[in-house]
Design a protein around this ligand. Structure first.
Ligand code: G3P
Length: 233
């Protein structure tokens, strides 16, 4: 299932920025598709929930949901269930993002629901300790994101390299099959390169891409930097 992805991986979370809803979700996803094709780098997009099906229908890169609830199909008004994420054409989901936190029991249930539906789980954690707990739950991918750096433009790979390396080490020890990304403040190709040099297999980012004056230029720089750093590993 996770073989639908390759590494280094750049995951773009559009959140619900005004610049990334509706037609903009499609536009930004198409730019990501172009860059992915030109550089042969795996780029995942996670558009706003309401745009998920449209984006998945229009691009041929992996599309993820930003969230899934722990429920089975049934009477859960307003919920997002794994079956519907799959029906919309997504192949995975972000789980437990700092802006959409879940209780530990619900994280386990969501991972199970994703597995049942053949969907890839990208679990977010906020500290080295929660990364250890997260790794034990065997998600396909884990992304460590210190919440205080999210949306700041201050890259975790430069401001908190020790957190990234400790997370990478912890996952290696507990569950080496889990792929590790880092995120928060990633804004340049250099930030991406640094993340990979610290031992991650890519990045999860949002605002720098969504709000970029020239998203294609920025993403191309990131893809190129990711490949260069990956080759040097
Ligand atoms: O999911 C990615 C995210 O939380 C990081 O956001 O805006 O700092 O890249 P940003």
């Amino acid at each position: 299932m996770a073989e639908k992805l390759s590494y280094p991986l750049i995951a773009l979370n559009f959140k619900v920025y005004l610049e990334a809803i509706g037609g903009n979700a499609v536009r930004l996803s198409k730019v990501a598709e172009e860059v992915s094709r030109e550089y042969d780098v795996c780029i995942v997009v996670a558009p706003p929930q309401l745009d998920l099906a449209q984006v998945a229908g229009e691009v041929r890169i992996p599309v993820f949901s930003q969230h899934v609830d722990p429920y089975k199909p049934g009477s859960y008004t307003g919920s997002i269930i794994a079956e519907d994420v799959k029906a919309a054409g997504a192949i995975g989901s972000i789980v437990n993002h700092s802006e959409r936190r879940l209780r530990l029991a619900d994280i386990g249930a969501v991972l199970e629901r994703l597995r049942e539906n053949g969907l890839i789980a990208l679990l977010c954690t906020d500290t080295v300790e929660t990364t250890k707990a997260g790794a034990a739950l065997s998600p396909d991918i884990l992304a460590i994101e210190p919440p205080e750096l999210i949306g700041t433009g201050i890259p975790v790979s430069k401001a908190k390299p020790e957190v990234v390396t400790a997370a990478v080490e912890a996952v290696k020890e507990i569950n080496p099959g889990v792929h590790v990304l880092c995120g928060a403040g990633i804004s340049t190709g250099d930030d991406v390169a640094r993340a990979i040099e610290l031992g991650t297999e890519g990045v999860l980012l949002a605002s720098a891409y969504v709000k970029a004056r020239d998203p294609k230029k920025l993403l191309s720089e990131m893809a190129e930097a990711a490949l260069k750093a990956w080759d040097k590993r």
